[in-house]
Design a protein around this ligand. Structure first.
Ligand SMILES: Cc1cc2nc3c(=O)[nH]c(=O)nc-3n(C[C@H](O)[C@H](O)[C@H](O)COP(=O)(O)OP(=O)(O)OC[C@H]3O[C@@H](n4cnc5c(N)ncnc54)[C@H](O)[C@@H]3O)c2cc1C
Length: 470
C-alpha cells in the first residue's frame, strides 16, 4: 500500500467499504485486455493504490471530492476489455470502477430510446430489449463482456456502424459526474462529443439515453477477394448498398477460424455483408444489389451455406486467443479509398503472422483490429519489441490517411488526429475548466511527461523507441 496515509484515511472515511486496497485486487486492476510488458514499468506505474466501487452518484461525487483534496488521480473503468490502456493507471492513483452503479432500464419504444446505466453489459441490455421487440443499433464485438460506459468512454464503433454510426451517434442524452464533482446532463451533440472518446478524462458517465430501433432480422451474404487491392475495390462498391455491417477477415485469420470452428473457408480475404431485411422484396433487392456489386467490384461470391455460420461466431472470434500462451493487439481506422497499399504491406509484415479483422464504420472508413498470437509466453524484452513494432505498424497507417482508433495510454497525444483540431481545442478548454488539477485519468488524452525525463512526453518516447527497432 503506497497511498499516503492521510489520503487513504480520507478515502476510507468518505467511501467506507466501497474503497478497497487488498493486493490481489490491485493486481487485477493493473491491466486491461492487453498485459503491459514488465519493461514498461520504469515509465508506467500501472498498479493502482486503491479501487472504489461506487453504488450511486453521491459516492462518485465523494470520490472526486477526496481525489481533488488529496490530488490522487482517479481512473474511470468498466469491464477493462479495451486494449489501449485507457483504464490502466499511468502514474498510480485510484480506480473508479463504474460497474456497480445501480442499474435501471427505461425503454420508450415509441420514442425509440432506452435510458440505462452505463454499467450494463451489451449482451444483457440487448437480451432485455429483444424481449420487447426492439434492439440496440450498434454493438462492439466484445458484446458479451463490454459495457456501454467503456464503449462510449473510448469512442467505439462496432457491428451496425456502417448503417447507424459510432458511439456518438447512438446517444440522445448523457449524464456525467465531472471531475469537479458537478453532475451534468448533456443533450446537445457539441457537448456529448466531448465526452465520447475522452477516455474518462472528463469524469464518470453515470447514465445514458440511447437510440434504439425495431428488431429487424438480418440477412447475410459473403464474398472473397484474392488481394488487398481487390478487397479495397470490393469494399468501395459494397459500402454503396447501404449494409448494416461489413466484416472483413484476412487470410491468416480465416485459416485460424477454420482450425478453431471447423470451417472450410477459402484461404483468401473474406467479407461478410449483413443487411436489415423486413420483407421478401427487400431481401430480393439485397441479393440483386449484392450480386451486382460483386460483378462491378470483382471478388468471388461465397457459398451461402457458409454465411450464417460465420455470422453465428461474430462475437466469438477471440475464442481463438485461448489456444495461445500470449497475444498482442492494436487497432486503427483507415480510409477505404487509399488503404490498398497499406493492406498490401501488412500481408508481409511479422512473417505473414499478422491476423486482422475489420469493420466498415461509415461509407468512407473501416476499423482494423490487428493481432498476433504466440505459442510461447513472451519474455518481457521480446514482448516490448514486438509491441513497439505493432505500434509502428499502426503509425504507418497515417501515410494512407489512417489514424489510431482511440487515445488511451498508447495513443495519448493523437486526439486531434482522431477528432480534429477544433474539437481538441474545445476539449482542452473544457478539461482546464472542470479538472484544473488533472485528477481524472491523467495521461489518456494529452500525452504525459515522463517521470524520469520530464522534458520528454510518453508519445515522443514511444515514437523514438519504435523507430529505433527494426
Ligand atoms: C474480443 C474483443 C472485441 C472488441 N471489439 C470491439 C469493437 O467491435 N468495437 C470497439 O469499439 N471496441 C472493441 N473492443 C474494445 C473494447 O472491448 C470495447 O471498446 C468496450 O466497449 C470497452 O468497454 P469496457 O467496459 O471494457 O471499458 P474499459 O476497457 O473499462 O474502458 C475503456 C475506456 O473507457 C473509460 N471508461 C470506462 N467506463 C467509463 C465511464 N463509466 N465513464 C467514463 N469513462 C469510462 C476508461 O477510462 C477507458 O479509457 C473489443 C475488445 C475485445 C477484447
Amino acid at each position: 500500500m503506497t497511498l499516503r496515509k492521510k489520503a487513504r484515511t480520507k478515502f476510507v472515511k468518505y467511501l467506507g467499504k466501497q474503497f478497497r486496497d487488498d493486493k490481489t485486487l490491485l493486481q487485477v486492476y493493473s491491466r486491461d485486455m492487453a498485459e503491459l510488458p514488465s519493461t514498461t514499468k520504469i515509465l508506467i506505474k500501472n498498479i493502482p493504490d486503491g479501487i472504489i466501487l461506487p453504488r450511486n452518484i453521491e459516492e462518485v461525487q465523494q470520490a472526486y471530492k477526496v481525489a481533488n483534496e488529496t490530488k490522487v488521480p482517479l481512473i474511470p473503468r468498466s469491464a477493462g476489455t479495451s486494449g489501449f490502456g485507457g483504464s490502466v493507471p499511468y502514474k498510480k492513483g485510484v480506480i473508479l470502477d463504474g460497474k456497480g452503479i445501480e442499474s435501471e432500464i427505461i425503454v420508450e419504444p415509441f420514442d425509440q430510446s432506452v435510458l440505462v446505466s452505463p454499467s450494463m453489459v451489451f449482451s444483457e441490455l440487448q437480451r432485455y430489449l429483444k424481449m420487447q421487440g426492439v434492439s440496440l443499433c450498434v454493438f462492439p464485438s466484445s458484446y458479451y463482456s463490454a459495457t456501454l460506459g467503456g464503449f462510449i468512454g473510448h469512442g467505439g464503433y462496432g457491428v451496425g456502424s456502417a448503417q447507424y454510426g459510432g458511439a456518438l451517434d447512438q446517444i440522445l442524452a448523457i449524464e456525467v459526474v465531472l471531475p469537479n464533482g458537478e453532475l451534468v446532463n448533456y443533450t446537445e451533440r457539441e457537448d456529448i462529443e466531448l465526452i465520447v472518446g475522452s477516455n474518462g478524462t472528463l469524469g464518470l458517465i453515470t447514465k445514458v439515453q440511447l437510440k434504439i430501433k425495431f428488431d429487424i432480422p438480418l440477412k447475410h451474404r459473403g464474398c472473397t477477394f484474392d488481394s488487398p487491392k481487390e478487397l479495397v475495390e470490393g469494399l468501395k462498391v459494397l459500402s454503396g448498398i447501404n449494409p448494416y455491417s461489413i466484416w472483413i477477415l484476412n487470410p491468416k485469420h480465416v485459416s485460424e477460424m477454420n482450425d478453431t470452428f471447423g470451417f472450410t473457408l477459402p484461404n483468401r480475404y473474406v467479407v461478410l455483408i449483413s443487411k436489415e431485411v423486413s420483407y421478401e422484396e427487400e431481401e430480393s433487392e439485397f441479393h440483386a444489389s449484392f450480386n451486382q456489386a460483386i460483378r462491378d467490384g470483382g471478388g468471388q461470391i461465397l457459398d451461402k451455406r457458409y454465411t450464417d455460420k460465420i455470422w453465428d461466431i461474430r462475437y466469438k472470434t477471440f475464442t481463438m486467443i485461448k489456444e495461445y500462451q500470449d497475444f498482442l493487439v492494436s487497432e486503427l481506422i483507415l480510409p477505404i479509398e487509399t488503404s490498398g497499399k497499406y493492406l498490401q504491406k501488412l500481408a508481409s509484415q511479422f512473417n505473414g503472422q499478422l491476423h486482422f479483422e475489420g469493420e466498415v464504420i461509415n461509407d468512407s472508413h473501416f476499423s482494423l483490429l490487428l493481432f498476433l498470437y504466440f505459442d510461447e509466453k513472451l519474455t518481457p524484452l521480446k514482448k516490448t519489441i514486438i509491441n513497439l513494432k505493432l505500434y509502428k505498424t499502426v503509425m504507418k497507417g497515417k501515410k494512407s490517411g489512417g489514424f489510431p482508433y482511440s487515445t488511451g495510454l498508447w495513443f495519448a497525444g493523437y486526439y486531434s488526429k482522431i477528432f480534429g483540431k477544433e474539437q481538441y481545442k474545445r476539449y482542452r478548454e473544457f478539461k482546464k475548466k472542470v479538472d484544473p488539477k488533472n485528477i481524472s485519468n491523467p495521461g489518456k488524452v494529452v500525452s504525459p511527461k515522463l517521470r524520469i525525463f520530464p522534458l520528454i512526453t510518453f508519445k515522443f518516447a514511444l515514437k523514438i523507441a519504435s523507430w529505433l527497432i527494426r
